[in-house]
Design a protein around this ligand. Structure first.
Ligand code: OAD
Length: 257
């Protein structure tokens, strides 16, 4: 691997590793990405199916779109990259903090045994009531008649707890401060097209992009210090192993206080 983790800085403090993931992480598990050749946004218009305006104008179409995606994701299983992140989180827990923010709405990180993952764009496992705003576990598929018991609002009131275009992603009140604190920022399987996630790299000291594609030239992604090209199931596991070794070496070198 070409990446040199020697430039990591975390003097006198517990290191923090920040991982951002996108659809490429789950692609090899069979969940389609958005902007690749077979991506969802090549077939469907996000303005018509994944925006706040669409939810208001033609809710049934939006529900059908999400019901189909939920159904298709159900048989998918974690791949070697999900497992590598989960194992890394557990292996370094005694001496390093890991924040994994995913743009993905699937639960493959959880199925891989990840102790913690934060869903920036919501997730398929929870629903939200449009009237009372409560968030609760998803029960079955979305339909007009579904209600949150204590609220009772119906007529498409229970919606997927996914961030639609026009809505603010979760976690933006705390994410920037942890990006600044992180000794390394690793972005895996995201095109960096959607903000605010595309801008996260600007806040970081040392950054690594793992992707199949070359990044565009005029782009926040040109801010990355390191790039690794290839399938994340092949590239991420050895990189996280290397990072773990480097963290252990550095912490051993740390002078006693
Ligand atoms: P994209 O579809 O925009 O980008 C997926 C990226 O993953 C591309 O850059 C691919 O090159 C890369 N990729 C594909 N397979 C890979 C593999 N096996 N290993 C490594 N990289 C691979 O998906 P996101 O960046 O996640 O938001 O999209 C961000 C947001 O746009 C999504 O969360 C969604 C979408 O609109 C909402 O719906 C709000």
């Amino acid at each position: 691997m070409e990446v040199n983790f020697k430039e990591l800085t975390f003097k006198g403090e517990r290191p923090l590793v920040f991982i951002l993931s996108g659809a490429g992480l789950s692609a090899e598990s069979g969940i389609p990405t958005f902007r690749d050749a077979n991506g969802l946004w090549r077939k469907y218009d996000p303005k018509e199916l994944a925006s706040i305006g669409a939810l208001e104008r033609h809710t049934q179409d939006v529900f059908d779109f999400y019901n189909e995606r939920i159904k298709n994701a159900e048989p998918c299983r974690p791949n070697a990259a999900h497992i590598a992140i989960a194992e890394f989180q557990k292996d370094v827990a005694a001496f390093c903090d890991v924040i994994h923010v995913t743009q993905n709405v699937d639960n493959l990180n959880e199925l891989a045994g990840s102790p913690r993952v934060f869903h920036l764009h919501g997730d398929f496992q929870t629903s939200q009531c449009r009237k009372c705003k409560k968030t609760f576990p998803r029960i079955g598929f979305y339909q007009r008649e579904q209600v949150y018991p204590d609220c009772g609002a119906n007529n498409f009131a229970v919606r997927p707890n996914v961030v639609l275009f026009g809505e603010i992603p979760y976690g933006m009140d705390w994410i920037p401060s942890y990006l600044k604190k992180a000794c390394v920022f690793i972005s895996v399987g995201t095109s960096g097209t959607v903000y605010p996630a595309a801008d996260f790299v600007r806040e970081t000291k040392v950054s690594l992009r793992i992707n199949l594609d070359l990044d565009p030239l005029i782009h926040p992604y040109s801010k990355f210090n390191h790039r690794v090209y290839g399938k994340c199931t092949e590239t991420l596991p050895p990189l996280l192993d290397e990072l773990k070794k480097e963290l252990i070496t550095r912490l051993k070198e740390k002078p006693a206080e």
